[in-house]
Design a protein around this ligand. Sequence first.
Ligand SMILES: Nc1ncnc2c1ncn2[C@@H]1O[C@H](COP(=O)(O)OP(=O)(O)OP(=O)(O)O)[C@@H](O)[C@H]1O
Ligand SMILES: [Mg+2]
Length: 230
Amino acid sequence: MPGQSAITLYQDDGMSSLLCFEGVSKHYPHQAPILLPDWQLAHEAHCLVLGPSGCGKSTLLALAGGLLTPDSGTVTLDGRIISGLAEGRRDQLRARLVGLVFQTLHLVSALNVGNNLALAQYTAGQSVDRKRIHGLLAAVGMASMINRMPETLSQGQAQRVAIARALVTRPKLILADEPTAALDDASAEQTAALLLDQARACGASLVVASHDRRLREAFPTVLELGLETA
Ligand SMILES: Nc1ncnc2c1ncn2[C@@H]1O[C@H](COP(=O)(O)OP(=O)(O)OP(=O)(O)O)[C@@H](O)[C@H]1O
Ligand SMILES: [Mg+2]
């Protein structure tokens, strides 16, 4: 890609990466195409995607999780070219391999905390594992709130539930979009640490997209996007 170098975020031989972007671009109407750098993420690697508003961070996460497909190039997830699959197959693969934490958390308001996690397991084609649900809620400090309805939680509590929900299906990849945007310094640090700790505990890779430079120190690798990508 002109003007951009390939970024490799791991030290492997290139065959065992969990996620790989090659020559990826996304064209939205009425604006210059977003050209993303070539990059790879190893199994169990953790990466922060940094860059200013509008540079393409959420687009990158959506492409990584197969929510969007690129207009050119390939996105490979766990050995499959996810960008070439039909929507239904991408949905299946995402349910099985990917845990998503969005800024708007999308907890299901009609279900209590425990059942929000159970629904994620069911949707991924797994049997509901109450022990794992309880264990993960305990790990994020929310076990005592397993029967609470989402609307009764604070933003920080709801975010912990969303993190537990992203992990409950044992995904290989966790994608988190701006998880610290609305938080003060201490909470932002805690949330980043929680995501990293839980990803490590579950053996998952983690990609966090943010414009929050406070997170830089917490991540071993950083992929910087600039507005020239958009
Ligand atoms: N559905 C869409 N239709 C048209 N343009 C879009 C769409 N989604 C994103 N864009 C545009 O693509 C560019 C990148 O958007 P994206 O949301 O990926 O950026 P971002 O880095 O996540 O920004 P922010 O930090 O504000 O969340 C922006 O210029 C945005 O306006
Ligand atoms: Mg965004």
